[in-house]
Design a protein around this ligand. Structure first.
Ligand SMILES: NC(=O)c1ccc[n+]([C@@H]2O[C@H](COP(=O)([O-])OP(=O)(O)OC[C@H]3O[C@@H](n4cnc5c(N)ncnc54)[C@H](OP(=O)(O)O)[C@@H]3O)[C@@H](O)[C@H]2O)c1
Length: 323
């Protein structure tokens, strides 16, 4: 699979990376319901067999659990087969599993040490500030990441969910390798100015939730939504899974199914390929939680939509605006 350099780094990454949020499991504020580690590990192995060469996780996913599962999946793997491991900081939790926002230097250092231990690695390939919160501390947090880089604990530094103004605020204190923003047919904010800013400044862009956390895969029905476990965050915490948008989004999936069907591609592959059509987008982060899922999506890494197909999607989105 072809790779592209991520921003100013020497990380040559595949167009799709493995997203490890869902494998953090249920039992925390943004859990995905029950999850078996054996399935998670098999999903990671399948991703690597498909040629994917990087994993994106975060300390907060499953309150450390996702990073531990990633470590188990990579245990004993030869250096040639080992993917890059990207993780994130700035979300912390207490003994009651309550999540807090912290960008204080000492906290970031503690978080980094804990992630290195959970991941069982000596260096983190890309360390990202998960959220620019609290906003008054983003410079302190960014300086802390740069220090960790100088000390060799992290190789490259990135941010997630930052605006252009926030990226401009931190870059005087050290180079920014990448931005991780949301991007899908349902969340297009970065098209306004962020993508061109990143392109002009050689900042890599790895987009998250390209299938809107599974909603655009074609695997959703009203019955499935009604039967979601109580600890699956998609039950209540995202407007795209709620009416009236849910029905509209299921209609969009039918458009994607029609387009993909002509090429033997799934609606999920159409959704991912749609994000990769943008030259400033270096790659998409795609979540999977059991074997079989990524294999149905990997075609998006190399396949491109035609101008007519892009127009068909555009027309649906224009005629069915998100109010
Ligand atoms: N920086 C941030 O703030 C942030 C925020 C969100 C995500 N992310 C990153 O981006 C990654 C991807 O985002 P995401 O997980 O929200 O969304 P996504 O990639 O759009 O969707 C992933 C979900 O789709 C479902 N799925 C996957 N393959 C499928 C298939 N073949 N058929 C049917 N369903 C399938 C799975 O859930 P089910 O099987 O349960 O439906 C899977 O967990 C995350 O794992 C994380 O690394 C970062």
């Amino acid at each position: 699979m072809q790779t592209r350099n991520l921003g100013n780094s020497d990380l040559a990454i595949t167009p799709i990376g493995f997203g490890a949020w869902a494998i953090g499991g249920g039992d925390w504020a943004f859990g995905w319901g029950p999850q078996h580690d054996a399935d998670s590990i098999a999903a990671i192995h399948e991703a690597l067999e498909c040629g994917i060469n990087w994993i994106d996780t975060a300390a907060v996913y499953g309150l450390g659990h996702s990073e531990e599962v990633v470590a188990k999946a990579l245990a004993g793997m030869s250096a040639e087969r080992r993917p890059y491991v990207f993780t994130k900081c700035a979300r912390v939790w207490d003994g009651n599993r309550q999540i807090g926002k912290c960008l204080k230097a000492e906290s970031i250092r503690r978080e980094c040490e804990a992630s290195l231990q959970r991941l069982k690695v000596e260096v983190i390939d890309l360390y990202q500030v998960h959220w620019p919160e609290p906003p008054e501390d983003i410079e302190e947090g960014w300086q802390a990441l740069q220090k960790l880089k100088q000390e060799g604990k992290v190789r490259w530094c990135g941010v997630s969910n930052f605006s252009v103004a926030q990226m401009e605020q931190v870059t005087p204190d050290g180079p920014l390798t990448s931005l991780q923003p949301p991007y899908s047919m349902l969340r297009r904010d970065i098209e306004a100015e962020t993508l061109s800013y990143c392109q002009r400044n050689n900042i890599g862009v790895i987009v998250y939730s390209p299938m809107q956390s599974g909603l655009l895969t074609g695997a959703w029905t009203r019955e499935r939504h009604a039967a979601l476990p109580a600890d699956d965050w998609r039950r209540e915490k995202n407007k795209h899974f709620q009416e009236p948008l849910f029905t509209r989004n299921l209609r969009l999936v039918e458009v994607l199914r029609g387009i993909g069907g002509k090429h033997g591609k799934s609606p999920g592959e159409v959704s991912i390929a749609w994000t990769l059509r943008q030259p400033p987008v270096t790659a998409a982060i795609v979540g999977a939680r059991k074997p079989g899922q990524l294999r149905q999506l990997i075609g998006a890494a190399t396949w491109r939509l035609s101008a007519e197909e892009l127009n068909e999607i555009e027309q649906f989105l224009a005629e069915n605006p998100i109010s």
